[in-house]
Write a protein that binds this ligand. Structure first.
Ligand code: PLP
Length: 400
């Protein structure tokens, strides 16, 4: 394989990075990235096999569970886009979250996390890690004083979603990183909602960003994937060791579809974020809604903070329909363009009712604490014309 563009790519803009960073060409000089659908690799001699098992060179591979050229291209491109030294690609966002946490924690460690988390992340912390003797303290991620009080000298790791799913709460990431680092703790950010284009995790000092690439990277509702990004020492140290021995490595075909999808991610996500904002502006103050929330819009209680951390508030907004679940279901069922589903960041606009689907499992009191009410709707803005989406939403609100 030819030399990668890695050395010059750090100074490129996001659009250039998302098209070129990490590209490695084979001896055939293909224009489009090659997909290497191979589990194993051939060694020219027994001595070469021994040498490769002793130390892997830059363009050397052993077995696809450890690494693969197509997957490596994707890892390098994502690391550059997110602003980290290196990355390990995983089978799904949850493989990335659980892999990063398990690789970095041991019995007796103390973790502080924001309470407003994706359901499966909460399960990993409260049901799995707690079972292995990790102490978990949950805080209101919006409240810096709660973080200050919870992070201790013996805290090993801090976990949070930079923008929470589905309530769109914003964490003051610079502050939390500062407090964590003063106490010697690592910060792991679940960066799914912030999007790889507008991620500010690296800039604010997070040690690790975990990303569900199922969302904005795929962007077209096809593949499950995930990624752990961070310093080379962490990624090629404890994280790679854990991932390669436990079997969570990304499949080369997924990495290839993701590489092709990255070529358009800046255009797609930029358009979707603009549409999300346009929907927010047109629904703000609607008589059938008690709230419309989009992180960087002035109606969001934390918009000043959100604006200091990111260029946009992402591709997702939240609505609070007056009249609870009953009114909300009438609204959902009257939509014609929006699809009722539970993913987000797809080219197709999606509506989700978290209380009865993604967050159904949570006890009622926890739903109340998190603001997951019967009237809450999560909207994912797709690539359709904003005017058509707004007309669909307004007609469905009229139908309540
Ligand atoms: C979707 C999501 C995940 C899980 O990702 P999968 O690719 O579905 O495994 C984790 N965290 C957040 C915030 C998500 O939105």
């Amino acid at each position: 394989m030819g030399k990668s563009a890695k050395d010059t790519s750090k100074t490129w803009g996001k659009r250039t990075k998302s098209v070129h960073a990490g590209t490695r060409r084979s001896q055939y000089g293909e224009v489009s990235e090659a997909v290497f659908l191979t589990q194993g690799f051939v060694y020219p001699s027994a001595e070469a096999a021994q040498a490769r098992f002793e130390a892997l060179g830059e363009d050397e591979f052993i077995y696809a569970r450890y690494g693969n050229p197509t997957v490596r291209m994707f890892e390098d491109r994502m690391a550059d886009l997110l602003g980290y030294e290196d990355a390990f690609a995983c089978t799904s966002g949850m493989a990335a979250v659980s892999g990063a946490l398990t690789a970095l924690l041991k019995a007796g460690d103390h973790v502080v996390s924001s309470r407003a988390l994706f359901g499966s992340c909460l399960y990993v912390l409260e049901d799995i890690l707690a079972r292995f003797g990790v102490e978990i303290t949950l805080v209101d991620g919006r409240d810096n004083a709660e973080w200050d009080a919870a992070i201790r000298k013996d805290t090993t790791l801090v976990f949070l979603e930079s923008i929470s799913n589905p309530t769109l709460e914003v964490v003051d990431l610079r502050h939390v990183c500062d407090v964590a680092h003063k106490n010697g703790a690592l910060v792991v950010v679940d960066d799914a909602m912030a999007t790889p284009v507008y991620s500010y995790a690296a800039e604010c000092g997070a040690d690790i960003a975990v990303v569900s690439t199922t969302k904005h990277v795929d962007g077209q509702g096809r593949m499950l994937g995930g990624l752990i990004a961070g310093s080379r020492d962490l990624v090629r140290g404890p994280i790679e060791s854990y991932m390669k021995h436990t079997g969570g490595a990304m499949n080369p075909f997924t990495a290839w579809t993701h590489l092709k999808a990255l070529e358009t991610i800046v255009l797609r996500v930029g358009q979707q974020a603009a549409t999300a904002l346009a929907i927010t502006e047109s629904l703000d103050g609607h008589p059938k809604l008690s709230a419309v929330r989009y992180p960087t819009h002035s109606a969001h209680p934390q918009c000043e903070l959100a604006r200091t951390q990111a260029e946009t508030g992402g591709t997702v907004l939240a609505l609070e329909v007056k009249g609870g679940k009953e009114a909300c279901f009438k609204f959902l069922n009257a939509l014609e363009l929006f699809t009722i589903s539970n993913n987000f960041a797809d080219a197709k606009s999606i509506v989700t009712h978290p209380a009865t689907t993604t967050h159904q499992r949570l006890p009622e009191d926890q739903k109340d604490t998190l603001g997951i009410t019967g009237g809450l709707v999560r909207l994912s803005a797709g690539l359709e014309d904003a005017e058509d989406l707004i007309a669909d939403l307004k007609a469905a609100l009229d139908a309540i």
